[in-house]
Design a protein around this ligand. Structure first.
Ligand SMILES: Nc1ncnc2c1ncn2[C@@H]1O[C@H](COP(=O)(O)OP(=O)(O)OP(=O)(O)O)[C@@H](O)[C@H]1O
Ligand SMILES: [Mg+2]
Length: 270
C-alpha cells in the first residue's frame, strides 16, 4: 500500500449549482488513523464524506481532484463497482443510527438481512460473528441486544449498535458523520471509546465529522478545520488545539462548551 495511506483526498473541489461547497481540499488518511473534521454548519463536512462514498446527489458536481482509496481513484469507479465498495470496504455511520434501523424488526434479524445482502448465508455464523464483535466492543448482555427492537434500546445504545453493524464486514475505512450529535455526554463518551477500540483491534481508519471539537480531542490523531469549503487548518490534534494558528480555529475553540473534568481537556492530548 502506498506509503501506508489508505485514503488520499487530493485537491478536490465540489459545487452545487455552480456554488463551491468544497474548495481544493486535500488530506491523507493513514491506516489506523482517526481524522477529525470540524467546522461550522455548511462548511462542507458532509459533502466531503458523501464524495468519498460517491453518494452526492445529482446536483453535486465534483469539479476536480482525485480520491485515491487503496491505490484506485474512486472517481473513476462505475456505480456497480461502488456498490461493492460501500459497506464492504468503506463503512458509514450516520447521525442517528436508530432512524436507519428498521423499527419493527429485531437487531439480530436486521444484521442477518444486511449480511445476506453481501452474499453470505449462514445464520448461525452471522450471529456468532456479530456477538463476538459486540463483546469485543464491550457491550454487556449481547444476547439481549440481539433480540431487541431498536425502540427497546437507548439512543446511545442504538448508535453503538449501528457502529457495530457497520463493522461487521470489517471495512478498512469508516466514515462517521456527526455520530454523537444526538447523544448526551455519557453516551458520546461510550461511542468514542467504541471508535478507539475499533481502531485498536482492527486498525480501522476513521474520518469523524463533528461540530464538537471536544469530541476530536478525545479520539482523533489529526484534525482538519473547514470553513466555507476551504481548509483553515490541518495537522496533529495536539498542535492544532493547543496552538491554533488560524483565527477561525481559535473561534471554534472558544465556543467549546464546559464539559467537566473528563470532557474537554487538553491534558487528554498527551
Ligand atoms: N444537495 C445539495 N444541494 C444544494 N446545495 C447543497 C447540497 N448539499 C450541500 N449543499 C451546500 O453545500 C455546502 C456544504 O454543505 P454540507 O452539508 O457539506 O455542510 P456541513 O459542514 O456538513 O454542515 P452541517 O454541519 O450543517 O451538517 C452548503 O453551502 C450547502 O448549502
Ligand atoms: Mg453535515
Amino acid at each position: 500500500m502506498m506509503q501506508n495511506n489508505i485514503l488520499k483526498y487530493e485537491a478536490v473541489s465540489i459545487s452545487f449549482a455552480e456554488e463551491k461547497a468544497v474548495n481544493e481540499v486535500s488530506f491523507n488518511l493513514k491506516k489506523g488513523e482517526i481524522l477529525g473534521v470540524v467546522g461550522e454548519s455548511g462548511s462542507g463536512k458532509s459533502t466531503i464524506i458523501k464524495s468519498i462514498m460517491r453518494i452526492l446527489n445529482s446536483d453535486g458536481v465534483i469539479d476536480s481532484g482525485r480520491i485515491i482509496f487503496e491505490e484506485d481513484n474512486l472517481l473513476d469507479k462505475s456505480e456497480k463497482e461502488m456498490q461493492g465498495i460501500r459497506g464492504a470496504k468503506i463503512g458509514m455511520i450516520f447521525q442517528d443510527s436508530a432512524s436507519s434501523l428498521c423499527p419493527i424488526r429485531t437487531i439480530g434479524d436486521q444484521i442477518i438481512e444486511a449480511m445476506k445482502a453481501h452474499g453470505k448465508a449462514d445464520k448461525a455464523r452471522f450471529k456468532e460473528h456479530a456477538l463476538t464483535l459486540f463483546e469485543k466492543l464491550n457491550f454487556k448482555d449481547v444476547e439481549r441486544i440481539w433480540d431487541s427492537y431498536p425502540f427497546e434500546l437507548s439512543g446511545g445504545m442504538n448508535q453503538r449498535v449501528g457502529i457495530a453493524i457497520a463493522m461487521l464486514l470489517n471495512p478498512p475505512l469508516l466514515l462517521a458523520d456527526e455520530p454523537t450529535s444526538a447523544l448526551d455526554y455519557k453516551a458520546t463518551n461510550q461511542v468514542m471509546d467504541e471508535l478507539k477500540r475499533l481502531r485498536d483491534i482492527y486498525d480501522t481508519s476513521i474520518i469523524l465529522v463533528t461540530h464538537d471539537i471536544s469530541v476530536v480531542s478525545m479520539v482523533a490523531d489529526n484534525v482538519l478545520v473547514l470553513k466555507q469549503g476551504k481548509i483553515m487548518e490541518y495537522g496533529k490534534v495536539k498542535s492544532v488545539l493547543e496552538n491554533p494558528q488560524n483565527d477561525y480555529t481559535k473561534l471554534l475553540l472558544s465556543a467549546v462548551p464546559e464539559r467537566g473534568s473528563d470532557g474537554w481537556n487538553l491534558s487528554n492530548l498527551s
